[in-house]
Design a protein around this ligand. Structure first.
Ligand code: SF4
Length: 73
């Protein structure tokens, strides 16, 4: 098991995470930022537990985010 961590506050709403991984991300109609689906809020962070396979796939999204606010553990 792995974890995806999203520092949502600093999201600039570019939509790349949603384009690359629509099964995990949605763009908010309220503020234009990305939401990590089914994640749990912990202060400014949103955390989602994922399988090793999804963890690996998310590495690409992590690299593609222009403000580097997606981390994979
Ligand atoms: S790629 Fe990064 S900055 Fe762009 S919408 Fe996703 S989280 Fe926000």
């Amino acid at each position: 098991m792995g974890k995806i961590i999203h520092y949502r506050k600093k999201c600039i709403g570019c939509g790349i995470c949603f384009e690359l991984q629509p099964e995990l991300w949605r763009m908010s109609k309220k503020d234009g930022k990305a939401n990590l689906l089914k994640s749990i809020a912990k202060k400014d962070l949103f955390v989602l537990s994922v399988s090793n396979a999804i963890q690996q796939l998310t590495q690409e999204v992590t690299r593609a985010c222009p403000v580097k606010i997606i981390k994979v553990l």
